[in-house]
Design a protein around this ligand. Structure first.
Ligand code: ADP
Ligand code: MG
Length: 249
């Protein structure tokens, strides 16, 4: 994993048509360099990340594994431009994220990065369809309505488009959250425990789609507190805010 030696995307014929979510607008290398993040707790500072570095290339699936409280969410939020670190830098597709203006960073986020939040963050008073289209609705646009419909079909949610999140099972909500993250055809997908609340069947559906996305050249970083699955490109073990092993070493 070097800055220059980019690995070929695993699927040389390009985009994989098995999952509409696999479509991307480009490729993205993610470089996290020396990230430190402290939270000012009540009377006591919490060091959530300490000098964390990693590098992910297009067409790779990396796992961030560690117990609850080890800093996984903090690292994903920082890597996605959603939480400013105290020290260190984040590069996405060559952009030094935290040196960008607010508008430029929002543009990189919208164009390159899909985020699946640990608690789904679905909007309770919007339908499933509008939740998937949320990034567009926020800008008062509905240009991607066709893509939203396609993603719902991919995730077998087309019959639920008019339902509200409270009417869905946990597995269905997670699929809505993933569909929303994929709406803008991101190159980098940051997924925070996307299978954490799911049974094996529903977890398998999510992992299959992430695999398709990676085969088509996408970059995935998935946080998990449980055992990682075989066949991933890199497993970063995190404990108390530090990466302690990479691929078991
Ligand atoms: P994980 O996702 O691995 O469970 P987090 O990144 O959520 O870990 O949290 C890492 C550490 O930072 C934990 O000790 C947590 O209590 C602390 N933490 C997270 N968010 C905040 C916050 N907003 N204020 C204070 N401490 C926080
Ligand atoms: Mg977390």
């Amino acid at each position: 994993m070097t800055v220059s030696g980019k690995k070929e995307a695993r699927n040389p014929r390009g985009q994989d048509d098995r999952c509409a979510g696999a479509e991307r607008s480009g490729t993205a290398t993610l470089i996290v360099d020396g990230l430190t993040k402290r939270y000012a707790g009540r009377g006591r500072e919490v060091v959530a990340l300490e000098d964390v570095s990693l590098e992910l290339e297009p067409g790779t699936f990396s796992v961030l594994q560690g117990p609850s409280g080890s800093g996984k969410t903090t690292l994903l939020l920082s890597a996605g431009g959603l939480l400013s670190p105290d020290e260190g830098r984040v590069f996405v597709e060559g952009h030094d994220l935290y040196t960008l203006s607010g508008g430029a960073m929002a543009e990189v986020r919208a164009r390159c990065i899909g985020f699946v939040f640990q608690q789904f963050h679905l909007v309770p008073y919007l339908t499933v369809f509008d939740n998937v289209l949320l990034p567009e609705i926020a800008h008062k646009q509905r240009r991607l309505a066709g893509r939203a419909a396609e993603l719902l079909a991919t995730f077998r949610l087309d019959g639920r488009a008019d339902h509200y999140p409270s009417e869905l099972s946990t597995g269905e909500r997670q699929r809505v959250a993933l569909a929303r993250a994929l709406l803008g055809r991101p190159a980098l997908l940051l997924a925070d425990e996307p299978t954490g609340n799911l049974d094996d069947h529903n977890a398998g559906i999510i992992l299959e789609c992430l695999d398709d996305f990676v085969r088509a050249g996408g970059t995935v970083l998935m946080a998990t507190h449980g055992a990682h699955r075989d066949g991933r490109d890199a497993v970063y073990m995190i404990e108390q805010g530090r990466i302690v092993t990479v691929n078991g070493k």
